[in-house]
Design a protein around this ligand. Structure first.
Ligand SMILES: Cc1cc2nc3c(=O)[nH]c(=O)nc-3n(C[C@H](O)[C@H](O)[C@H](O)COP(=O)(O)OP(=O)(O)OC[C@H]3O[C@@H](n4cnc5c(N)ncnc54)[C@H](O)[C@@H]3O)c2cc1C
Length: 418
């Protein structure tokens, strides 16, 4: 039996495994490796980090996936031409689907790795939540004002969703433990002259006003030069400033998963693999022993055995010539697409048909829009080229996001409690 190995239980691979024709599970051996026994809703991690949500974003893999899929909890370290090397063992494959998601990008700015924390996984978001609570508790003892100062680096989508949620949750936490919220300082630092660059000036101003109401100081055009213990050094209008805070969260950039950069088998940039229109790597670096495999790949226009999906894939939008931004929306679509390709491939193998790559549909994607929440009950966004804002935008976001939980776990996946 052919072995299909999937790496990462994120949006891309979960969509693949839940949308594929179930008959195929008995024709091929399916194995999923993930570093946790659950799938988490990455798009809600800012609310986990702020303390608004907790376990409601988790979906145990054994509850939501077909029982015929072998689930292995392991940490992938490196990918080679026929083997995946992980912490607890190595795994062979005939087909490999890489969906390991993203990691934080410090852009080489000094101190980011040492002195800031990033929202990159459920566990990292929980650590941030704990750090925030600890800072408030420490303040009660020490009255050290920097324990009440919080800096969010980056005014993109994740930074704004997080800082909005943080402002609201801090207010609640301060009230419950007796800290005067007016003493709390919350900064959001952005190097560009505007936040949320994907939206219009108009929507940006709506977002700015809402953040100000929530008590967030947004510093635009402020380039982060360095992060230190308890301090962020910024340059604004040619002048250097220090912003003091004992909690610094880095949301200023993401790249693909480090596993990609650690695998010389792939040609990568910023830990992402450049893929073709069928989501297959455009180049693979084979060793001498694998020269036979390489010859096969190069001589026939067939699908080969590796697909890269989700945030690890660098996919170009042929219309604009630019890479698609990493989103759950495109990741899920890629998972669904590769699932369909595999169905066609395995059906062809069963009926002894040859498939030419060119005859297969290419990956296409049209974003439906995006909605950025700014605290509970408020959002701004663009859907079907129309700008939306306020409570209705927030409801629409909730509805769209709930569909994911519903698809995985029925109504139990929509109304989950922490
Ligand atoms: C706070 C936040 C808000 C966001 N909001 C939105 C939004 O509103 N809309 C939107 O479309 N996108 C949003 N995004 C982006 C979106 O979440 C990502 O683009 C999407 O999750 C990528 O999906 P993926 O399948 O590639 O990987 P992920 O969903 O990140 O999943 C990767 C999986 O791989 C596992 N893994 C990672 N490394 C290893 C390893 N070494 N070994 C084993 N397993 C490993 C992880 O545990 C995880 O299960 C948001 C992102 C963040 C952080």
């Amino acid at each position: 039996m052919k072995k299909v190995l999937l790496l990462g239980a994120g949006y891309a691979n979960m969509k693949l495994l839940t949308s594929i024709n179930k008959e195929i599970f008995s024709q091929v051996q399916w194995t999923l490796i993930n570093n946790t026994p659950y799938h988490y809703k990455t798009i809600a991690l800012h609310d986990v980090a702020s303390g608004k949500h907790n376990r409601s974003v988790l979906f145990p893999l054994k509850d939501v996936l077909d029982r015929r899929i072998e689930i292995i909890e392991d940490y992938v370290e490196r990918i080679e031409s026929h083997t995946v090397i992980a912490k607890n063992g190595s795994y062979e494959y005939d087909y490999l689907i890489v969906g390991l998601g993203f990691s934080s990008d410090s852009f080489g700015i000094p101190g980011v790795v040492q002195y800031t924390q990033s929202i990159t996984s459920y566990n990292s978001a929980r650590e941030i939540q704990d750090k925030i609570t600890q800072a408030l508790q420490r303040y009660l003892q020490s009255k050290e004002i920097n324990d009440l100062s919080f800096v969010v680096c980056g005014g993109g989508f994740t930074g704004i969703e997080f800082v909005g949620s943080l402002a609201q949750e801090l207010k609640k936490q301060c009230r419950s433990i007796g800290i005067d919220f007016s003493l709390v300082k919350i900064y959001c630092i952005e190097a560009m002259p505007k936040i949320l660059p994907m939206f219009s000036e108009n929507l940006m101003h709506v977002a700015l006003q809402k953040l100000t109401e929530l008590g967030v100081s947004v510093l635009m055009g402020s380039k982060i030069l360095e992060c230190r213990q308890g301090c962020v050094v910024v340059e604004q209008n040619g002048k250097q400033n220090e912003i003091f805070a004992n909690t610094i969260i880095w949301t200023a950039g993401v790249k693909g998963n480090e596993v990609i950069a650690n695998s010389p088998f792939f040609e990568s940039a910023r830990s992402k693999v450049a893929v073709d229109e069928w989501l297959q790597p455009t180049k693979l670096n084979f060793t001498q022993q694998d020269s036979h495999t390489q010859e096969i790949l190069e001589s026939i226009p067939k699908l080969h055995n590796i697909f890269i999906i989700g945030d690890c894939a660098a996919v170009k939008d042929e219309k604009t010539g630019r890479f698609y931004p990493p989103t759950a929306q495109i990741s899920a679509k890629q998972g669904e697409y590769v699932g369909q390709l595999l169905e066609t491939l395995f059906h062809a193998q069963k009926t002894n048909q040859e498939i030419q790559k060119d005859s297969l549909p290419k990956f296409e994607f049209e974003a439906r829009g995006s909605i950025c929440s700014i605290g509970q009950g408020y959002a701004v966004g663009v859907v079907n080229n129309k700008e939306i804002k306020g409570f209705s935008a927030n409801c629409l976001k909730w509805l769209i996001e709930s569909q994911w939980g519903f698809a995985l776990n029925g109504l139990g996946g929509v109304f989950r409690a922490d």
